[in-house]
Design a protein around this ligand. Structure first.
Ligand SMILES: NC(=O)c1ccc[n+]([C@@H]2O[C@H](COP(=O)([O-])OP(=O)(O)OC[C@H]3O[C@@H](n4cnc5c(N)ncnc54)[C@H](OP(=O)(O)O)[C@@H]3O)[C@@H](O)[C@H]2O)c1
Length: 240
């Protein structure tokens, strides 16, 4: 029976993925800071879900939680990293920038490393992490968020490249880059092409099952990604 950990499963994409994984026979460890939400989720599948209240900013707690889950599961098949925060922060309020970096950069890196090192030991495993299309460029309204997503994307690529060092190992890294998905995280006012959460999560899960290296969600964001990669900064400054 396969098992998985979802970091950031109390709401949004992480929470919605639970039902797909349970349907496919996974036993799950799920995390987040909001204990009550974790408890509510557990009541629906008490034998299949184990809950861990956890703040990814607390690096030592990440060690403890990961070790505890590992003790129970012995090996880990799949880890979904969905924990994340983002703020519109045009005035560069430090609290918001700092909170974003502590969660999306420091907290995420700690989880990625714990997971990858475990996968090296066991010689298999799949890390699927939710980054963002925001990773592709800068943004004047939410600089820390966009930069943190660029960090995640590059770090995940590094982990992918490191899989070359594992002879005969079956380790997969999937970088999931959503555009706008209808959760509280969707930043900004003029939001367009907002994907319904269920539909987007279905596409995310399909990409995970196919062990894709990278995927834009929904598919139409492939076009925006292509444009973002070629458009010069002076033009972005003019139109955005
Ligand atoms: N929705 C979009 O349009 C969109 C677009 C691109 C990328 N994304 C990315 O998708 C991921 C999931 O976001 P979502 O849209 O599903 O939004 P969400 O509903 O706000 O989910 C965020 C999850 O992250 C957890 N989290 C936040 N801070 C945490 C912390 N310090 N420690 C542990 N867990 C923490 C939250 O749990 P607790 O609050 O209980 O801790 C929650 O479960 C994020 O990385 C986000 O950047 C979303």
């Amino acid at each position: 029976m396969p098992n998985a950990i979802i970091f950031g499963a109390t709401s949004g994409i992480g929470k919605t993925l639970i039902h797909h994984l349970i349907k496919d026979g996974y036993t799950l460890a799920i995390t987040g800071r909001r204990l009550q939400l974790l408890q509510e989720i557990k009541t629906k599948h008490p034998d299949k879900i184990f809950i861990y209240q956890h703040d990814v900013q607390d690096i030592e707690a990440s060690d403890v939680v990961f070790k505890t889950i590992l003790k129970q599961f012995k090996t880990i098949d799949l880890v979904v990293h969905s924990s994340g925060v983002g703020y519109e922060n045009p005035n560069l309020e430090w609290e918001k920038e700092y909170d974003t970096l502590k969660t999306n950069v420091i907290g995420a890196t700690k989880i990625y490393d714990l997971v990858f090192n475990q996968f090296i030991k066991q010689k298999f495993g799949h890390l699927a992490a939710i980054s963002s299309i925001a990773s592709l460029r800068g943004n004047r309204g939410a600089p820390a968020y966009f930069a943190s997503k660029a960090f995640q994307v590059n770090y995940l690529e590094s982990l992918y490249l490191k899989t070359k060092e594992i002879k005969g190992g079956k380790i997969y890294i999937t970088d999931i880059r959503p555009g706008f998905i209808d959760t509280k995280m969707a930043l900004g006012d003029g939001i367009f092409w907002m994907a319904p959460l269920e539909k987007a999560t279905k596409q995310i899960y399909r990409a995970i099952k196919r062990k894709k290296r990278r995927v834009y969600i929904s598919r139409r964001w492939n076009v925006i990604a292509w444009v973002l990669k070629v458009v010069p900064s002076w033009l972005m400054k003019k139109v955005m």
